[in-house]
Design a protein around this ligand. Structure first.
Ligand code: TTP
Ligand code: MG
Length: 352
C-alpha cells in the first residue's frame, strides 16, 4: 500500500503578492492582465473570491463583480523563486517529488522513515516549514494513491490538511460526487447525470462494457476511479518529451475569435512553463482542440520557436476540421532530444 502526499499552495500568485506587500492581505486582489488589454485573471485572493472573482475570467468582468479589485501584473521570476524554495523543502522529506506546476506537487512518502512514517505528521511538518520559511500557506492531502491525494488537498482548502487512511477510502469514494474524478468535466458529468449517476457508488453499479461503450477508453478509467484504483506512480525523474497546457471549459466556447482569444492565454502559460523547465530546445509546436461532439484534433508543425503566428496557423487548421463549439483547448511543444549526461560519462575523457 502506497502513501502519497499532494501539496497545493493557496491562491499561489496572490499569496506571493500579499506576502511581499502585507497591506494587500485584507483587500480583494487579483493577479492578471489589464482590463483594457482584454486581460484575464490568473488567480485571486480569497477576499476577492467572495465576490465571485475566478481564474481565467476576463479582468473586465472581474472588475464589474468587484469594482475595488486591485489587479496586479504577474511577476513570474518571483513566483518561480518561491516555487524553488518550496520544492527544496519537499526534497528534505523525500526525493520522489513530481511537480505539476509552480504551486503543486505529488510526493511518494511510502518509504519515508522520519516522523515514524506518519503521513499526517509529515504533512503538518511540511505546512509548518513552508509557512515559516517562505510565508506561503499550502493545503495538503494524504491518501493511498494520486487521485485521492489530489482530492484530499482540495477538501479543506485553504490552509487544509485532510488525510484518507486506507480503511476510510472506500466510504469516502462511494459518497463522492463524480465531478471530483479527474477528467470528469461539466459535459461528462452531464452525460453521467443523464444515466442517473451523480455519485461514485452509482457509477460502480454500471458495467465496464457499458462504460466502454459510452465513453470509449475513458470508460475504463471511470470504472477504476469509482473503485479507488489508481496505480499511476509518482514520477520524479522522467525524461520530459513535451510540455503542454490545456483547459476544459465550463461552457463550450463558440466561434473562432473567442477560441483564439482563449488559446492566447494558454500560450502565455505555456511560455511560462517552458521557461520554468529551463527553456529546453524545441522540436515541434502543437495545438489541440476537442469539440462539443467529443471528436478531437491535434495539429503540429516543426519549429524551434514559439510564436503567436505559428500557433495561430495551427489553430486555424485545427479549427477548420470541424468548426463547432469547443470544450477543450490545448497548446504544447515537443522537445528536441536531450543529451544524456550519464551516457556521456560512459566514455570518460583520457581513457584508452
Ligand atoms: P491553482 O492551484 O489552480 O490556483 P491557486 O493556487 O491560485 O488557488 P487555490 O488556492 O485554489 O489553489 O493554480 C496555481 C497558479 O497557477 C495560480 O496562482 C495562478 C496560475 N493559474 C493561471 O495562471 N490561470 C489559471 O486559469 C489557473 C487555474 C491558475
Ligand atoms: Mg493552488
Amino acid at each position: 500500500m502506497r502513501k502519497i502526499l499532494h501539496v497545493d499552495c493557496d491562491c499561489f500568485y496572490a499569496a506571493v503578492e500579499m506576502r511581499d506587500n502585507p497591506s494587500l492581505a485584507n483587500v480583494p486582489i487579483a493577479v492578471g492582465g489589464q482590463a483594457d488589454q482584454r486581460g484575464v485573471i490568473a488567480t485571486s485572493n480569497y477576499v476577492a473570491r467572495r465576490y465571485g472573482v475566478r481564474s481565467a475570467m476576463p479582468t473586465a468582468h472581474a472588475l464589474r463583480l468587484c469594482p475595488q479589485l486591485k489587479v496586479i501584473r504577474p511577476d513570474f521570476p518571483r513566483y518561480r523563486a518561491v516555487s524553488r524554495e518550496i520544492q527544496a523543502i519537499f526534497h528534505e522529506l523525500t526525493d520522489i517529488v513530481e511537480p505539476l506546476s509552480l504551486d503543486e506537487a505529488y510526493l511518494d512518502i511510502s518509504d519515508v522513515e522520519r516522523f515514524k512514517g506518519s503521513g499526517t505528521w509529515m504533512a503538518q511538518w511540511l505546512k509548518h516549514t513552508i509557512k515559516a520559511r517562505t510565508g506561503i500557506t499550502v493545503s495538503v492531502g494524504v491518501a493511498p494513491n494520486r487521485f485521492l491525494a489530489k482530492i484530499a488537498s482540495d477538501w479543506r482548502k485553504p490552509d487544509g490538511l485532510f488525510v484518507l487512511t486506507p480503511s476510510e477510502c472506500d466510504d469516502f469514494i462511494a459518497a463522492l460526487d463524480v465531478r471530483y474524478l479527474p477528467g470528469v468535466g461539466p459535459s461528462t458529468r452531464g452525460r453521467l447525470e443523464d444515466m442517473g449517476i451523480t455519485t461514485c457508488l452509482q457509477l460502480r453499479e454500471v458495467s465496464l462494457s457499458t462504460l466502454l461503450d459510452r465513453f470509449g477508453r475513458f470508460g475504463q478509467r471511470l470504472y477504476e476511479l469509482a473503485r479507488g484504483i489508481d496505480e499511476r506512480p509518482v514520477e520524479s525523474v522522467h525524461v520530459r518529451k513535451s510540455i503542454s497546457v490545456e483547459t476544459t471549459y465550463p461552457q463550450d466556447i463558440v466561434g473562432q475569435d473567442d477560441c483564439w482569444q482563449a488559446l492566447q492565454t494558454l500560450i502565455i502559460r505555456l511560455q511560462e512553463r517552458v521557461a520554468h523547465h529551463g527553456s529546453p530546445r524545441l522540436r515541434k509546436l502543437f495545438v489541440k482542440i476537442r469539440f462539443d461532439d467529443f471528436t478531437h484534433t491535434t495539429m503540429e508543425t516543426l519549429d524551434h520557436q514559439m510564436t503567436d503566428s505559428r500557433f495561430r496557423e495551427l489553430f486555424e487548421q485545427a479549427w477548420q476540421r470541424r468548426s463547432r463549439p469547443v470544450r477543450l483547448l490545448g497548446v504544447g511543444v515537443r522537445l528536441a532530444e536531450q543529451e544524456d549526461p550519464h551516457q556521456l560519462s560512459l566514455f570518460p575523457t583520457g581513457s584508452t
